[in-house]
Design a protein around this ligand. Structure first.
Ligand code: ZN
Length: 174
């Protein structure tokens, strides 16, 4: 396994199937907590321009806090991965000049040892709902009570939504 790197994976046109621990995903905000591992299926290959491609999917479940009503929402996240791996910012700039970023995402990897978290984490973050409209499309209906906190208290809870969730979980146990 020690000789395994992105280049050897691509040369062998390897397919990697792994379940990654949720705790390995450090960029996720506390307001969107992964509640299962992340299952990845990724195919590595060189295209005819000798670019290192990775295609596949990453799936997981997350518990997110609605930005408006602060209620927890369970989400099935599925990310389609279609990226070109580059090994430095210079390569990324070069690939951008070539227009590669128009057809595929660019992932700048920090080392040659394969790290599936590095490849899928940003895409998974981007698959999180970004607006109330997207949450409604997923079936969420805001629970806005008459006596919901207003003003500063509300703002504070929005900035730290996970604190609110923890209180609610504690309250539901009683
Ligand atoms: Zn809501």
């Amino acid at each position: 396994m020690s000789s395994l790197n992105y280049i050897s994976l691509a040369k062998r046109e390897s397919k990697v199937e792994q379940t990654l621990s949720a705790s390995a995903f450090r960029k996720f905000p506390e307001s969107a907590e992964l509640i299962t591992g992340v299952t990845v299926t990724l195919a590595f290959y060189f295209d005819d321009q000798r670019k290192l491609n990775v295609d596949g999917t990453a799936t997981t479940k997350a518990r997110m806090i609605c930005f408006r009503c602060n209620q927890p929402i369970m989400l099935d996240l599925v990310s389609e991965i279609s990226s070109i791996l580059v090994f430095s910012e210079e390569d990324a700039v070069e690939a951008t000049k070539m227009g590669d970023h128009h057809r595929k995402g660019l992932v700048v990897v920090s080392k040659n040892e394969p790290d599936m978290v590095e490849i899928v984490e940003d895409e998974l973050l981007l698959s999180l709902p970004q607006s109330i409209e997207q949450l409604e499309l997923l079936g969420h209906r805001c629970d806005l009570r008459e006596n919901s906190p207003q003003g500063e208290a509300e703002l504070k809870e929005r900035q730290f939504p996970f604190a609110g969730l923890r209180d609610k979980i504690e309250a539901s146990k009683e």
